[in-house]
Ligand binder design. Structure first.
Ligand code: ZN
Length: 314
């Protein structure tokens, strides 16, 4: 009886090394989670088999009566209309692959495909730090910088689906070269990787992780603290632009660099104050996100519910 009344979806977060799938109910309660590794060396079919197996395992456990669909977050650009992953470096064999339709065929149920950073932003909006607003931006500071824009409660996609590539905003015209072809992209100056590169540059050490640099900063190492100040400056310049463009109430930051907040936030806020008239004259908030690396999983699970909501409201 209970099973048939349980409305749930399955969210999948597919990364370069990890595969996570979770059954989540309509209120955002995590029912069950499966975590495994992805091995793209084994080929595309093997990865698709793993995804389908995880989904089927959860679906078998919670039944088909209350099942409301599947949402998948993947790294890379997504062509939303065609359900393709375009230009992905992390997912070997998936570039240009019709992921959405192939999984829908294998699982015999509709699938919603979304960029992982967009899914994370949606997760924060649904049950995270953005619960109380309809408009927010999420920046995930990791190896690169992922961005997601939620406008009016839904993901802002642009006309192809490539909107929200906020890591590639120029913050320094002649800055470090980026894989995207530009110089001085935000992610080249404010990601965890950027922190590591800057640490090397100021001769803190050759193979330090962002976490190591954070610990040095904690111990009072001035150069380590300066690295975070530089990073905060770049982040603040990028955020000032976003605040001026969107006038949203909330800008969230997540990712492994977040524990260093006290070292980078002052420089970040100083730049925002200085460069954004909108910020100075509104109650705009810049805050840490709250769902951590679970945000993408929850956001992916929310996709089918959101789709139903939008279809019902149309
Ligand atoms: Zn770039």
């Amino acid at each position: 009886m209970f099973m048939s009344e349980l409305a749930y979806t399955i969210g999948v977060d597919l990364g370069g090394t990890n595969l996570r799938a979770a059954a989540i109910d309509r209120s955002g309660r995590l029912l069950d989670k499966i975590a495994g590794a992805t091995n793209f060396e084994e080929g595309r079919d093997a990865v698709l088999d793993d995804i389908a197996a995880a989904i089927n395992q959860l679906r078998a456990r919670y039944g088909s009566a209350g099942f409301h669909g599947i949402g998948i977050g993947v790294p890379g650009f997504i062509n939303i209309e065609q359900g393709l992953i375009v230009g992905t470096h992390n997912l070997l064999g998936f570039d240009g692959f019709p992921m959405r339709d192939e999984l829908a065929r294998r699982l015999n149920t509709p699938v919603v495909l979304e960029n992982d950073a967009n899914a994370a932003a949606l997760g924060e909006k649904w049950i995270g730090a953005g619960r109380d607003v309809n408009d927010l931006v999420l920046l995930t500071l990791g190896t690169g910088i992922g961005g997601g824009i939620i406008s009016g409660g839904r993901v802002l996609h642009g006309y192809v689906g490539m909107a929200g590539e906020l890591g590639h905003i120029t913050v320094l015209p002649d800055g470090y070269p980026c894989g995207c072809g530009n110089n001085g992209c935000l992610e080249k100056h404010a990601s965890a990787t950027a922190v590591e590169a800057m640490a090397k540059l100021v001769t803190l050490g050759d193979n330090l992780t962002a976490k190591d640099v954070f610990h040095l900063a904690e111990e009072g190492n001035r150069n380590a603290q300066r690295v975070f100040e530089q990073m905060g400056m770049a982040l603040g310049i990028g955020l000032a632009t976003l605040i001026n463009v969107f006038n949203f109430p909330l800008y969230l930051l997540s990712g492994g660099v977040l524990p260093a907040w006290k070292f980078f936030a002052p420089a970040m806020m100083e730049q925002i104050e200085r460069r954004s008239f909108t910020f100075r004259n509104t109650k705009t908030r810049v805050e840490p996100a709250t769902l951590g690396n679970q945000a993408g999983l929850f956001g992916a699970a929310y996709l089918p519910f959101l789709m139903q909501k939008l279809t019902a409201g149309a």
